[in-house]
Design a protein around this ligand. Structure first.
Ligand code: NAP
Length: 230
């Protein structure tokens, strides 16, 4: 018996994914699918969601508060993937009709929170960590009547572009889910039939597939709709 065979097998570390906004919608579907793949999932929302799964740790926090975010991630040693998914729709209609506080709240969640999360996680990221910012069609091209939401998603795209250039050891890209049957979508289009849209589970499965083959995704602006055509 040689010396190396005396050693105990090295424990394969469970990969860690941080997913914001896991209480419902696309985030919840992502949480469930990453956990099924064997990831340790760290997620959050404001509501008191429950997950009966030891691989999922849910915290009730406000992502708009940097101290909440720092405390939430403080116990983690390593992070393999971050998905900034949480979002707020705010008010539809002419941009200058947006209420002051609604404008601020939308930016807190859609722009500030991804910055808070990535900044708090920076020293914990593994080499070639994946960072995904969930954007929108109106973040790729600003659109009238989408108010703070469109402005904030355009800012999120700019933040993603900058990170993809500045973070040498990470793969950073944005994902536009396209219309998806969730509460946010029904708030935006109350008269729409949700069965005409892809489910949150379908969108999550496309994102999971990208995570499995991240080569050459750095800096890309991906559209789930492109994958649905095949
Ligand atoms: P959703 O069903 O409304 O879920 C939003 C999630 O964000 C919830 O889990 C919510 O948790 C969380 N969240 C919001 N504010 C928060 C805060 N201050 N602190 C912590 N968590 C907060 O939305 P969705 O449709 O799944 O959207 C997910 C992402 O996809 C968003 O970024 C959205 O902009 C984007 N998107 C969606 C569509 C679509 O058609 N659905 C299309 C394009 C882009 P709590 O309610 O528990 O706080």
């Amino acid at each position: 018996m040689n010396a190396s065979s005396d050693k105990k097998p090295t424990k394969v570390e469970q990969k860690v994914v941080v997913i914001t906004g896991g209480s419902q919608g696309i985030g919840r579907a992502l949480v469930e699918q990453f956990s099924d793949e064997g990831y340790k999932v760290i997620t959050c929302g404001r509501s008191r969601a429950k997950f009966d799964n030891k691989n999922i740790t849910y915290a009730s926090i406000d992502l708009g508060n940097p101290f909440h975010v720092q405390t939430w991630l403080s116990d983690l040693k390593c992070i393999d993937i971050i998905i900034n998914n949480a979002g707020q729709l705010g008010e539809r209609g002419p941009v200058l009709d947006n209420d002051y506080m609604s404008w601020v709240d939308v930016h807190k969640v859609n722009v500030n929170a991804p910055f808070f999360v990535i900044k708090a996680a920076k020293e914990k990221l593994v080499k070639n960590a994946i960072i995904i910012n969930i954007s929108s069609s109106v973040g790729r091209k600003a659109r009238a009547d989408w108010g703070a939401y469109s402005v904030s998603k355009c800012a999120l795209e700019a933040f993603t572009d900058i990170l993809s250039e500045e973070l040498e050891d990470a793969i950073v890209f944005s994902v536009n889910p396209g219309g998806t049957a969730t509460k946010m979508r029904s708030d935006a289009f109350p008269d729409e039939d949700p069965s005409s849209l892809p489910s949150a589970e379908k969108i999550a499965s496309i994102i999971l597939d990208w995570v499995k083959r991240p080569a050459e995704l750095n800096g890309r602006k991906l559209n789930c709709r492109d994958e649905l055509l095949f």
